[in-house]
Design a binder for this molecule. Structure first.
Ligand SMILES: [Zn+2]
Length: 325
């Protein structure tokens, strides 16, 4: 990666992740994508009210209630064409993104979803703790990593939590039960093994870990699913691959973020070195929602409107998976 010297402030945060990758594509990248923590106590069942988080997003079609003004009034003068035609009454947006999904129709009522916002805001200040090695089933890996950050200092840890909370709100509004691996950005961890344990302990129907990458080159998103490891992930490998495809398709359609042009194939990547996947007993994927080191992607990820669309897309992907298996 280029000279990191110029970004003094950011460097501190990103230091541990040196090369930047959030989950690291190769084994050398230790950390990234996962990281769970201390106490299972972090697990929090989100009881959010459906509306609490909904905001920034677009706008459900304004108001179909307002019929075009003119029909009743015969145009007084032929010369003066009805004023309105040019400006069609606001037509209902095709699919109001923020419209809550009726619980009964969501297919999510009673389903349990584990959401893992990668990293944590204070990981960088707890290097000893997050560098502790934990068992990931086929080896060991650091408890957690700092995650990456955009060039302006916007951190992946904050981004991950924001998208996770938006998604949690949408899910609970649709009748699902949500378990988060962390609910604030002010601590460290949990370690990656514990993040997986939280989803397992909740007997989640599905789990998703939310990240943004820090690749020195390229842009776009990709979804990571587990290789089939005997005795570890063999039972979830198949469903997790289907989940990866559902999440990829929904995220691409809902956000317009392009497929990664630097890793994976068609935005899909399979790995056996992530504890968060190796230790999961429920179908699970990681999504690297964009590359924070790319200025175009970073501008998108830093936009609250985009983050809401990202959350809505993930909701759609989870619905497709849960409704289709
Ligand atoms: Zn990450």
């Amino acid at each position: 990666m280029g000279s990191s010297a110029r970004r003094a402030a950011v460097v501190l945060l990103v230091a541990v992740v040196a090369a930047g990758a959030c989950t690291g594509a190769s084994q050398r990248r230790t950390a990234s994508a996962e990281s769970p923590s201390p106490a299972a106590s972090v697990t929090a069942t989100v009881s959010a009210s459906p509306t609490s988080i909904s905001s920034p997003t677009p706008t459900a079609a304004p108001a179909p209630t307002k019929p075009a003004p003119a029909p009743t009034k015969a145009a007084p003068a032929p010369a003066k064409p009805a004023p309105a035609p040019a400006k069609p009454a606001p037509k209902p947006a095709m699919s109001p993104p923020s419209a809550p999904i009726p619980v009964a129709a969501s297919g999510l009522a009673g389903r349990v979803v584990a959401i893992d916002p990668g990293h944590n805001g204070q990981n960088y200040a707890h290097t000893a703790e997050i560098n502790r090695l934990v068992d990931i089933g086929n080896g060991t890996k650091a408890c957690d990593t700092t995650g990456t950050a955009a060039r302006d200092g916007y951190t992946e840890a904050a981004y991950n939590l924001d998208v996770a909370q938006r998604l949690a709100s949408l899910l609970t509004g649709a009748g699902a039960r949500v378990v988060l691996t962390r609910t604030d950005n002010n601590g460290w961890g949990p370690c990656i093994d514990e993040r997986a344990a939280i989803g397992n302990g909740a007997h989640a129907d599905v789990a998703i870990s939310i990240h943004a990458d820090g690749s020195t080159t390229g842009r776009g998103f990709h979804v990571i699913y587990p290789v089939s490891l005997p005795g570890l992930t063999d039972a979830i490998a198949g469903p997790s691959q289907r989940l990866a495809v559902d999440i990829r398709d929904a995220y691409a359609a809902g956000t317009g973020m392009p497929y990664s042009n630097y890793i994976g194939r068609a935005a899909l990547d399979q790995r056996g070195d992530l504890g968060g996947l190796n230790l999961s007993r429920v179908p699970k994927v990681f999504i690297e929602t964009g590359n924070l080191h790319d200025n175009t992607d970073a501008a998108l990820l830093e936009d609250p409107g985009f983050r809401q669309r990202a959350a809505q897309s993930l909701l759609a992907g989870l619905q497709a998976f849960l409704g289709g298996r």
